[in-house]
Design a binder for this molecule. Structure first.
Ligand code: CTP
Ligand code: ZN
Length: 151
């Protein structure tokens, strides 16, 4: 029996691996990869030794800023971000959870002032075990990552 990669290797770019199954499409949306002009491959529900199932994203000719890499940890705290050059993994980027997150997430509280005033959203980020929670700076409500309705 020959072993093959379920998604092809890439020549140059970034591989975001070990994304919890179900979170890849949110990361695509978060980092706007669907507007990206080069090749993006997405693997959903791949079998993984450690996680059971995982998602994976490969983006050709694109490298992440430190800020983008940290934003990924909101949805995938244990993701590995690999930089590929000439088909080789030349670096694994270490990430940390951002302390705050602005603009990209809409407050799930419909009564929050951020929906009626022209202000940017802003949340403090807290981690409880493997669970990432966001606390809105305006209404002070606390949300699990699974209720961010816009991502
Ligand atoms: N990869 C790729 N293209 C390459 C090299 C690697 O798409 N030219 C992908 C691999 O398929 C894997 C990820 O990049 O999903 C990391 O590669 P590697 O470090 O070789 O794999 P592992 O040793 O399994 O990494 P880890 O220990 O992080 O699981
Ligand atoms: Zn709010």
């Amino acid at each position: 029996v020959s072993k093959t990669l379920s998604v092809s290797a890439i020549n140059n770019g970034t591989v975001i691996d070990h994304i919890p199954a179900g979170q890849a499409l949110r990361i695509i949306k978060l980092l706007k990869f669907s507007n990206y002009k080069n090749c993006v491959t997405i693997g959903l529900n791949l079998t993984s030794k450690g996680l059971g199932f995982k998602d994976l994203i490969k983006i050709e000719d694109r490298f992440l800023s430190a800020e983008e890499a940290n934003e990924i940890t909101l949805f995938a705290p244990l993701a590995t971000i690999n930089i590929i050059k000439n088909f080789e993994v030349i670096k694994k980027v270490t990430t940390e959870l951002p302390k705050t997150i602005s603009n990209i997430i809409t407050c799930p509280n419909e009564k929050c002032i951020t929906h009626s005033e022209p202000v940017a959203s802003c949340f403090n980020v807290e981690q409880f075990a493997k669970h990432v929670m966001l606390i809105c700076n305006y209404c002070e409500k606390r949300f699990d990552r699974d209720v961010y309705t816009n991502l």
